[in-house]
Design a protein around this ligand. Structure first.
Ligand code: ADP
Ligand code: MG
Length: 716
């Protein structure tokens, strides 16, 4: 439904928000006191609900959903494809011929058994034992999805195999949140906090996307099939004027955004900011932050809704990381912090010396974790699409480093040079401010000064970290279960050390000094795009992993398997499966792109160039007949024929390589993926594109069979 003006006037924000969510307030209304209490206990302590209570909740959920017009329910889950999956079941249950009741049982609510054989499992589940289970994630509320005239109740679930192995993106996230909570509480207790019971990672993802006109999209098989343009000459204007960033938003786009927000609000997604991004036709939406598992669910909903609403406005939303060459691609900024159940943001520097110390402990933990596991963070952000951004000349680079800002770095530097026992009396001079850790505070320090270093892949922004490498198409789960896991495991090491110490505070200072000295190489406050940084990073021994195939190795590196097993997020077997899935996905993606290129080149572009050549030939012939001058036509003909020949050779070459790929035996998936990367993507496909893009600039626009970058980027 497109929002009309009269409808917009009637929107009451608070009423709309969450109206399609079975949230806690509604549960309270629909449930008996007893069951509601049982639910809250389950939620707080992570213990399973009894069947009796589950039955009541299911019945209530169904009644509420039916009132809202829902006829079906689905276990909504996030398989390894990175998308969401659903299979609709109607509430109807026949009791006699022609007579039925509606029902949703506790069992149906808690556990589903979809035929799961077609989802990627990396060999965790052979097809003959196809069973997979979906298990209700009671911490993420059920919601109703509206699609034209249908309403479906969506129950967020985790998806695992018969043996309990994770087959999805959600299970490891939930496990990592538990691991993080345990270690955070340990540290807090050791530092004297007696009140907090649990800690949660909080996440606010900023999502970038492109909007193009649907009529052009429909004429681009590359966009339809692969999500990105495989051909396309550089437009006369790109993003160099930077006139699009935060620019005033076109009316057509504003009305799209208004409806997007409206749809999201109904599903309880608190879409907060919207603006134009750097590249033409590029935009961004950011929600308010929430607990990581809900943020992950909500980001999936955001991506789905972006696509759906765009279509209603005659637009198409492109989520691909690099839909267009020559202009910036899209990513997600994953804002991440840790918050206790009693509302303390542990990355907030705080207002007392004690809080400062605690903050610094968490800060250095993150330095160490990111340095020790940079390879895991890198793979958490790797997709074939993102390879076109990371490591190419745009934000952010493939080298992981942390931006802390001059001031925080300087504080750590100074702490690292003093005697631990002396800390409380020590004055630090930072910029023009004098700061005494004993009496003063870090409170108003970083927030004001942590000026945005836009080039850093991992930046401290006052009271949270912003991981900026995350791919725009991907689920943000991997980024967050990786952060949670590596930080949980590093906190464990620190908690072990603190436990042994008599004087916790001076031990804490010692730990801060120690970690800073060992891991300061990960801090970089300068320009991450510069060539000098690449050289400097190499001197510091920081890895520069430019592509998914190389990054994947981290998943099965011994140190990483051990870490994931320690925090109980993945078993070795699960990691080996994930490694296979990443590479298989890479292989399939590049193969599809190569085949799409051949299809377009052969069946669309080749005949078009031929038609153009023919037109020139005809005009030469005609000019000859009237004794006219045809020297220009001849020059053009010669010129274009030369390029046409190269085009034809490059096309043949790509076809040969694709054929070779399909007939050759590879030692393993890694070698297979390497072939696709080096021989097909980075050579055959690249060369064909170069000559084709050149030809595009030589052939009459009316004849060229694909809408060009001007159409795609500027005619929206
Ligand atoms: P910026 O100034 O970086 O744009 P914002 O406050 O606008 O900062 O936040 C950007 C994103 O970071 C938003 O999605 C916001 O919800 C999220 N965010 C803010 N605080 C936190 C936090 N403590 N934990 C996780 N995400 C947060
Ligand atoms: Mg930001």
């Amino acid at each position: 439904m497109i929002l009309t003006n009269s409808k917009i006037k009637k929107i009451k924000l608070e009423k709309i928000f969450g109206s399609n969510v079975f949230h806690i307030k509604k549960m309270k209304k629909y449930l008996s006191r007893n069951t509601f209490k049982a639910y809250l206990t389950s939620l707080a302590e992570g213990i399973p609900l009894s069947l009796e209570h589950a039955n009541e909740i299911a019945e209530a959920m169904k009644n509420w959903a039916q009132k809202k017009g829902a006829t079906h329910f689905t276990h909504w889950f996030q398989p390894m494809t990175g998308f969401t999956a659903e299979k609709h079941d109607s509430f109807l249950q026949p009791i006699a011929t022609g007579i039925a009741i509606t029902k949703l049982s506790g069992k149906q609510l808690i556990k589903g058994e979809p035929d799961a054989s077609s989802f990627p499992s990396g060999g965790l589940r052979s097809t003959f034992e196809a069973r997979g289970y979906t298990i209700w994630d009671i911490s993420s509320p059920a919601f109703i999805k509206e699609e034209q005239s249908t309403r479906v109740l969506c129950i967020p679930t985790a998806f695992c195999s018969y043996n309990g192995e994770a087959l999805d993106k959600k299970t490891p996230l939930l496990r990592s949140m538990d691991a993080l909570s345990q270690q955070v509480i340990r540290i807090l207790r050791l530092l004297g906090n007696t009140t907090s019971k649990r800690a949660f990672s909080t996440v606010g993802p900023e999502q970038e996307y492109f909007l193009i006109d649907r009529k052009y999209y429909e004429k681009r098989p590359d966009l339809i099939i692969t999500g990105r343009t495989l051909f396309g000459a550089k437009p006369p204007k790109g993003q160099e004027l930077e006139d699009h960033y935060f620019g005033s938003i076109k009316e057509r786009i504003t009305s799209f955004m208004a409806e997007l927000d409206y749809e999201l609000w109904k599903m309880g997604v608190s879409a907060k900011t919207r603006h134009n991004e750097v590249a033409p036709a590029q935009h961004e939406i950011a929600p308010n932050f929430e607990n990581a598992n809900i943020a992950v669910d909500h980001n999936q909903i955001v991506m789905e809704t972006l696509k759906k609403v765009a279509i209603r406005h005659g637009l198409v939303c492109l989520l691909h990381e690099k839909p267009f060459a020559y202009v910036n691609g899209s990513g997600k900024h994953n804002n991440w912090s840790i918050q206790t159940d009693d509302g303390i943001n542990l990355l907030d520097p705080g207002t007392t010396p004690h809080q400062n110390l605690q903050f610094l402990i968490f800060l250095v933990t993150i330095l160490k974790a990111v340095d020790d596991y940079a390879d895991l963070l890198r793979i958490s952000a790797a997709t074939p699409g993102n390879d076109h951004r990371l490591g190419a000349n745009e934000a952010p680079p493939a080298i992981i480093s942390i931006y802390l800002g001059e001031m925080l770095t300087s504080i750590l530097e100074q702490i690292s040079n003093i005697d631990s026992n002396d800390l409380k009396n020590k004055n630090f001079t930072i910029s023009n401010t004098s700061l005494n850790l004993g009496i003063s505070t870090l409170a108003n320090l970083p927030r004001d000064t942590s000026d945005r270093n836009r080039t850093s892949p991992f930046a401290f922004t006052g009271n949270k970290f912003e991981f900026r490498m995350v791919p725009s198409t991907a689920s943000i789960s991997a980024a967050n279960f990786t952060l949670n896991s590596i930080i949980a495991d590093t906190l464990r090491i620190i908690a072990d050390q603190l436990e042994q110490a008599e004087n916790k505070e001076s031990k804490a200072v010692e730990i801060i000094k120690d970690i800073y000295k060992k891991h300061k190489r990960i801090i970089f406050n300068g320009n991450n795009y510069s060539e000098e940084w690449k050289e400097e990073a190499q001197r510091r021994g920081l890895p520069n992993i430019t592509n998914t195939v190389d990054a994947a190795k981290a998943i099965i590196a011994q140190k990483n398997i051990e870490m994931y097993e320690r925090v109980k997020v993945f078993s070795k077997k699960e990691l080996e499966a994930r490694y296979e899935i990443v590479l298989e996905n890479y292989i399939k993606t590049i193969k599809i792109e190569a085949n799409t290129m051949i299809y377009i080149a052969q069946q669309m572009i080749l005949p078009a160039i031929n038609r153009y050549i023919n037109n020139i030939a005809v005009s030469i012939k005609n000019l000859k007949e009237v004794n006219g001058d045809f020297s220009v036509q001849e020059a053009i003909l010669k010129d274009i024929n030369q390029s046409f020949l190269i085009f034809y050779e490059k096309l043949q070459y790509l076809k040969d390589k694709v054929k070779e790929e399909s007939t050759r035996e590879f030692a393993d998936t890694y070698m297979h993926a390497t072939f696709l990367r080096d021989e097909i993507l980075n050579k055959a496909m690249r060369d064909l594109r170069t000559i084709t893009d050149f030809l595009e600039t030589r052939v009459e626009k009316e004849i060229w069979p694909l809408p060009d970058y001007v159409d795609l980027l500027f005619r929206v």
